[in-house]
Write a protein that binds this ligand. Structure first.
Ligand code: WTA
Length: 701
């Protein structure tokens, strides 16, 4: 593995960064005084004091925060114990071990009964169609969750069991995940844009005993027959000797048939005429959500869990190609997402918060469900996409619900930027106070547009750097305290001790560029890879003993600001979603025509980075547009639409070192038609390079 500057992400982030860099570099934006005035952290000095305390006295700092939550039994022993150093033994992190609580109780019962916020709206649900809306209060959500917990209990789900969830952004998704949390069962949510193959792989990896899914849904104009994909996944599981015994199906598109009513277990009305979606039904396995809910009782005692019991599994791409089941635990995760939500978005009781991420990703877990609910916040839950029915959908929703804090991804900002200011300025957006971004480095051009047009120059932007593995924000401005620099995630959150290392693992001081690592545990850090603790240790702790290694490169400037430079492993970041080159390559070589494949990232104006694939065909096969279409389809089916390549190039052979290693660095240059290849003396056959330059793909296919 080379240094970040050599092996840095080839994608748009760094490239695009340069364009606006000259203009914005050096310029910083102070927090607006009207935000600072009422902020929890009103100045940089106050941030520094709190940050120092959080590192020097982590047990006291987090202990004070823990007091705001409900604990069935307090922490009997040490508040924190850990080992980050593989040379000293097994890696482990334990916060509040022995204390017992329940996350669902804390985010619902505590809010309803202790905080007396039962009538407060938990979610405004906005469907794919603007006229499909409903809202649900904390009390109603609690009732639904209790009902569904009883449903799961009746199906034999117990503490420690794994439940797979494959659903669009509908209220039942939140109900399902919280019901699992109430029972101490681990939810494993699989993004509804993933393929049946990906779902099957994840069900098998954590041997889920039950699947919760939906009949079908619309994403913009596109109908997704989710039940069909779920059926295929379960069929594949069966073939592999793992029959899932129960599949609970929410009638979402077919809701209109159910009628409406004011019972909280009733679902929101769907006004769009229901198309003729053919749902196949497996007797003995499939069950309708609404039928089970009718029979279920509305009281359900939570299962009291140890702070260190697992709360959920969420899969993220691994550089070997096989996804890793990231495990988060009850106590630490709850504390960390609640605290980051409160400070990073400077949450106040009257806020209406909106995170546009799908719950299928960690951003949705932490900042659609757990973080906002733990604070008793009102949020928007949005099923649709930013471009449907038109380019101004997001801003019309902002006005409709008077959204105060808005959190999205750079890819969405870049997409909307292309359509100019008018779709934004058509709406008032007067309610907006804080804007946020997550998922990849935001190029200053997009940052400035977000700030000037969307936020009308008055809203601070929190550029939050974090990972599925970290549970919550790691580097981020605080809206009332931190002067912002466009493109920089600025400073560490409370409890976070970043360092920049060189290739030899030495900590660099002052202005520096290198590997971004963290020196001590924060409560939200993942505890293990499900079923493979060794992989957890080798992925995050082996390279530099004593540190958690993020896999990202970063630069620290003269003012101590952190700038993420991108992945330094074989990972790609497409529209803010991590993919490994290995998983895309293995999907390609599974096609009978493909002998070998190499995938690299390529700059893309909206996605940040897109996939550029080189394929070597088997004898007897010819390269054609039919074949590239087949390969794309294959990737969509194996992984999901997010992994669809933009370019597939015929590569009669690939540049390799003498030991046979594919030289991706060279392939990235070829994809970009950059002839400045650096040292290519290790290439076994240099003529391969000329041949590939001559056959570059010139347009997106
Ligand atoms: C990247 C998403 C720069 C980074 C929450 C990280 C970012 C990976 C930022 C994790 C940001 C996320 N600036 N890069 N603000 N946020 N990343 O696990 O490469 O889906 O390692 O978690 O996204 O992606 P993941």
């Amino acid at each position: 593995m080379g240094l970040p500057e050599e092996r840095g992400r080839s994608g748009g982030g760094s490239g695009v960064r340069e364009e606006a860099g000259a203009r914005s570099r050096g310029r910083s934006w102070s927090p607006p005084p009207e935000v600072s005035r009422s902020a929890h952290v009103p100045s940089l000095q106050r941030y520094r004091e709190l940050h120092r305390r959080s590192l020097e006295e982590p047990r006291e700092f987090w202990g004070d925060i823990a007091k705001e939550f409900y604990w069935k039994t307090p922490c009997p022993g040490p508040f924190l114990q850990y080992n980050f150093d593989m040379t000293k033994g097994k890696i482990f992190i334990e916060w509040m071990k022995g204390a017992t609580t329940n996350v669902c109780y804390n985010v619902l019962d505590r809010i309803v009964y202790e905080k007396k916020l039962g009538d407060k709206v938990a979610f405004y649900w906005e469907g794919n169609e603007p006229e499909e809306t409903t809202q649900i209060t904390y009390r109603e959500l609690l009732v639904q969750v209790c009902h569904f917990s009883n449903v799961l209990r009746k199906q034999g789900i117990c503490k420690g069991d794994r439940v797979a969830i494959y659903m669009p952004m509908i209220p039942e998704l939140v109900v399902a995940m919280l019901a699992c949390a109430r029972l101490g069962a681990l939810h494993s949510i699989v993004f509804a844009g993933f393929s049946s193959e990906s779902l099957c792989e994840r069900i098998l990896d954590s041997s889920c005993s039950l699947l919760i899914t939906t009949d079908a849904f619309y994403r913009g104009e596109k109908l997704v027959n989710l039940k069909e994909l779920a059926d295929e996944a379960l069929e594949k599981c069966r073939e592999k000797g793992f029959p899932v015994r129960c599949c609970i199906v929410v009638k979402h598109l077919g809701r209109a048939e159910l009628g409406t009513g004011d019972s909280p277990s009733q679902s929101p009305p769907i006004k769009r005429p229901c198309p003729d979606v053919q749902i196949s039904w497996n007797e003995g396995v499939d069950m309708w959500w609404h039928e089970l809910m009718q029979e279920a009782g509305d009281e359900c005692e939570p299962e009291w869990c140890d702070a260190e019991d697992p709360l959920f599994i969420l899969y993220t791409s691994g550089s070997t190609g096989k996804p890793k089941g990231v495990v988060h635990t009850v106590g630490g995760y709850m504390l960390y997402v609640a605290t980051t939500f409160k400070y990073v978005f400077d949450f106040h009781a009257e806020d209406v918060f909106w995170c546009t991420a799908d719950i299928g990703w960690i951003t949705g877990h932490s900042y659609v469900t757990y973080g906002p609910l733990a604070n008793g916040a009102t949020s928007v839950l949005f099923e649709g996409i930013p471009t449907y029915p038109d380019m101004s959908r997001l801003w019309s929703i902002v006005d409709k619900y008077k959204v105060t804090k808005f959190y999205t991804a750079p890819t969405a900002i870049r997409l909307l930027m292309k359509f100019g200011d008018e779709p934004v300025t058509r709406h008032s957006r007067a309610s907006l106070q804080v804007l946020g971004t997550v998922g990849e480095p935001i190029n200053p051009e997009a940052w400035l547009w977000y700030h000037r047009v969307v936020g009308a120059q008055r809203c601070p932007i929190v550029d939050t750097f974090w990972q599925t593995e970290t549970g919550g924000h790691m580097l981020t401005p605080l809206p009332g305290a931190t002067p912002m620099k466009p493109g920089s995630a600025t400073f560490p959150f409370f409890g976070v001790a970043p360092a920049v290392l060189n290739e030899s693992g030495e900590e660099l001081e002052g202005e520096a560029e290198g590997y971004l690592v963290f020196k001590q545990p924060w409560p939200g850090i993942m505890r293990t890879v499900y079923g493979n603790h060794e992989r957890f240790e080798t992925t995050y702790f082996k390279k530099f003993p004593g540190y958690y290694v993020t896999g990202d490169g970063c630069r620290r400037d003269q003012d101590g600001y952190y700038w993420i430079t991108g992945r330094i492993d074989d990972m790609l970041n497409v529209s803010g979603h991590l993919l490994s080159t290995a998983e895309v390559e293995s999907a390609l070589v599974e096609h009978e025509a493909v002998a070998e494949a190499a995938v690299v990232g390529h700059p893309h104006p909206v996605k940040g980075e897109c996939l550029y694939c080189f394929v070597t065909l088997c004898d007897g096969h010819t390269f054609s547009s039919t074949l590239t279409e087949e390969l794309k389809k294959q990737i969509r089916e194996k992984i999901g639409p997010i992994a669809t390549p933009d370019y597939i190039q015929n590569a009669p052979s690939l540049p390799k070192t003498r030991s046979g290693k594919i030289m991706r660095r060279v392939l990235r240059k070829i994809a970009q038609n950059d002839h400045d290849l650096g040292d290519v003396s290790t290439v076994a056959d240099p003529s391969v390079i000329t041949q590939l330059f001559n056959h570059r793909c010139l347009t997106i296919q």
